[in-house]
Design a protein around this ligand. Structure first.
Ligand SMILES: Nc1ncnc2c1ncn2[C@@H]1O[C@H](COP(=O)(O)OP(=O)(O)OP(=O)(O)O)[C@@H](O)[C@H]1O
Ligand SMILES: [Mg+2]
Length: 256
């Protein structure tokens, strides 16, 4: 069964420190991916990563200063996202994961409905390679737009008929309410996404593309069906490997 794993920017970077990658965490996650692939050679795997502090603050600065993403901003965001992708891919290669970068701005031309040509992604995956995509700045007509890693996950899922999605995040799963404010907050699991959206409250994150709510809602907006979703804590050692191997996780197991 082919799986897409989204390595959240909240895990692979320090979101409150611009351009700060969590190298140790990236290497640990790469090692777990490698362990999984060693035992499951025939299962296709796709990776997507978020922008974290390499993407969101730059875009926000441009939007606040000039109201849109001009060519200078476009080029800078592209550069820093490529840089973060380089760090992720480097760690994957060090763990012998045959990772290969696919730059979304080269294959996507819109941000709303999956206006991307994923043909090459599917072919690379079928050849045993592990394509790595990421949240990116892209051209939609003549306008610059941010295409979130979360959206790419769902577009890939629909386009390539994937059945399993793993969101690696900095939280223990999807909470019914903010655990920082409510001691009795609990992690929701074993339910359909539409029920999660009814039962949970979501709080703001400093993201230009939204936090947990957008991650989950997009699957419904796109009419995606029969997909198992993991939202797991990427700081818990072994947690990603457990999700890949369908074992117990610290996180939410949901479906859509
Ligand atoms: N009900 C909720 N349950 C869990 N987390 C929530 C909820 N509502 C909001 N959040 C926030 O969503 C965040 C995770 O989404 P966020 O987009 O910040 O991370 P990410 O996807 O790892 O980052 P990036 O977009 O850079 O890839 C959590 O850190 C948490 O603060
Ligand atoms: Mg986000």
């Amino acid at each position: 069964m082919s799986t897409v794993v989204k390595l959240g920017g909240s895990v692979i970077t320090r979101k409150n420190e611009p351009f700060s990658a969590r190298s140790d965490t990236i290497y640990e996650l790469a090692e777990e991916i490698s362990n999984y692939l060693r035992e499951n050679k025939k299962h296709g795997l796709l990776l997507v990563h978020g922008g974290g502090s390499f993407g969101h603050p730059l875009v926000r600065e441009c939007l606040e200063k000039i109201g849109y993403v001009n060519t200078q901003c476009f080029a800078r965001v592209a550069f820093y996202m490529d840089l973060l992708n380089h760090l992720v891919t480097e760690a994957l290669l060090a763990s012998e994961v045959p990772a290969v970068r696919i730059t979304p701005r080269s294959i996507c031309w819109g941000v709303n409905y999956g206006e991307c040509d994923f043909g090459v992604v599917g072919k690379l995956m079928s050849s045993g390679l592990v394509p790595v995509l990421y949240g990116d700045i892209i051209l939609s007509g003549s306008e610059s737009r941010v295409l979130s890693g979360d959206d790419i996950v769902w577009y890939l899922t629909r386009s390539l008929g994937l059945k399993k999605v793993i969101f690696v995040t900095d939280v223990n799963g999807v909470y019914d309410k903010d655990p920082k404010l409510h001691k009795d907050a609990r992690v929701l699991s074993n339910m359909h996404v539409s029920r999660v959206l009814k039962e949970a409250s979501f709080w703001e994150v400093p993201d230009v593309t939204g936090g947990m709510l957008n991650k989950l809602r997009k699957s419904l907006l796109l009419g995606i069906k029969d997909v198992k979703i993991y939202v797991i804590n990427g700081f818990v050692p072994g947690n990603l490997l457990s999700a890949l191997e369908e074992k117990n996780v610290v996180g939410s197991i949901l479906w859509v």
